[in-house]
Design a protein. Structure first.
Length: 413
């Protein structure tokens, strides 16, 4: 169904990519941990990678394979690996592909938990340069003889800096570097990571893919653009005749099997069902976010609004070119100095104070005292995070109700 529209492909993906023998529209959930083989030689062949099959559900199952088929097709990739969470997907990629004393270039605007993981990675002996990914010159200057990859998010959370994704892709292609993009904020309906030469995409399935705040998951997709014969960290065990599969195979073996962050079959099934409405939800939340950001941009109790859809955003024109006019559902604001952000949030009724994003419901929380608290004041300043910043994840509600909720809260502070 590659010639069909995005939502049509999503709605019909399960039955077309993963046909069931009994005609079920949704691929059945398999809860078996073990898999029987009548011929032991067949089991051995699967263990040794000579034949495709399942041996133990920590490594693979029919439910996860069904979801992986859908996600790889959506990204126009050659394969995908699912994980229990988005952070598990990130951790698996870097722990399975890097060695001590090697160097990577990373965005300095990373989400707090991701930044925390990279600090752990530094403790393991990997050298990291945190750079301004909105400026290609900063990326270029960070290149070292032992650089292996570049990693960035598309739109940073919470200050919404937009990476110069196309320029970074050209830089990585020139130097044969692995280009890894966290595409959580801009799923494939908004942004085709393959168009900027991404090698691997990582996404938290918990957010826009599943969309309803009821299941965790993560995924890594190989776009098929990177020549893994240029990557000297691949174990000889995984160097098969198909070089295109070297990277994903090592991530599956070292990052999923060995670390054990397996997505449950039930979660895989729930994510597959949530996917069907992803395009509709993202279209609605993007429109709502632009309306709210515009309203708050003109409000006398708001000092700054950080949203790529606002014309004075530093990367507005890059975002417009990359994301086709839908700038996502996340933005942040700085309240005026005389307003207590915690008090303001406590007066909200419809908007929920919660740490999550990509939900059907509109959410808000204070950034500096919660999700970026561990980063400390100095790091937050480098990321552009102010002490009075509030992040919003905009849902699909009737937008007038959200505006009314904000206004009544403003009137009380």
């Amino acid at each position: 169904m590659k010639n069909k529209g995005f939502t049509t492909r999503l709605v019909h993906s399960d039955r077309t990519l993963n046909p069931s023998s009994d005609g079920a529209i949704h691929f059945p959930t398999s809860n078996s941990v073990l898999f029987e083989y009548k011929d032991v030689n067949e089991l051995v062949a699967v263990f040794q990678g000579k034949k495709v099959g399942h041996v133990y559900s920590r490594s693979s199952s029919s439910s996860n394979t069904a979801l992986q088929n859908i996600l790889a097709e959506l990204e126009n990739g050659i394969g995908a690996v699912t994980f229990a969470t988005g952070m598990a997907a990130i951790s698996a990629v870097f722990l399975s592909l890097l060695k001590q004393e090697q160097h990577i270039i990373v965005s300095r605007y990373l989400f707090g938990n991701t930044r925390s993981f990279f600090e752990t990675l530094q403790n393991f002996g990997v050298n990291i340069s945190f750079v301004d990914v909105t400026d290609i010159n900063s990326v270029v200057k960070a290149l070292q003889p032992n650089t292996k990859m570049v990693f960035t998010e598309t739109i940073a959370n919470p200050v919404t800096q937009v990476a110069d994704l196309a320029a970074i892709g050209k830089f990585c292609a020139k130097h044969k570097l692995l280009y890894v993009i966290d595409n959580t904020m801009t799923p494939s309906i908004l942004f085709d990571a393959k168009s900027v030469n991404a090698s691997l995409t990582i996404s938290s399935l918990t957010k826009y893919f599943a969309g309803h705040g009821n299941v965790l998951g993560g995924v890594v997709v190989d776009t098929g653009l990177y020549d893994w014969s240029n990557f000297d960290n691949i174990s000889t065990h995984y160097k098969t005749s198909d070089t295109a599969q070297w990277g994903l195979t090592q991530i599956k073996k070292k990052g999923l099997r060995d670390l054990g962050a397996t997505l449950s079959p039930k979660a895989a099934s729930e994510i597959s069902i949530g996917l069907e409405t992803m395009a509709l939800r993202i279209e609605r939340s993007g429109k709502n976010a632009l309306r709210l950001a515009t309203y708050l941009h003109a409000h006398d109790k708001v000092k700054n609004v950080y949203y790529p859809g606002i014309s004075d955003h530093p990367q507005h024109y890059i975002a417009r070119e990359l994301f086709g006019g839908n700038y996502g559902g996340i933005f942040s604001i700085d309240l005026e100095d005389n307003i207590d952000g915690h008090e303001f949030l406590n007066h909200l009724n419809t908007i929920i104070c919660a740490t999550h994003l990509g939900d059907t419901r509109t959410l808000a929380l204070p950034v500096a005292t919660t999700i970026f608290y561990e980063n400390g004041h100095e790091q937050r300043e480098l990321m552009g995070i102010n002490d009075n910043m509030i992040r919003f994840s905009v849902g699909i509600e009737d937008i007038d109700d959200i505006v009314e909720d904000l206004e009544q809260a403003f009137n009380k502070v």
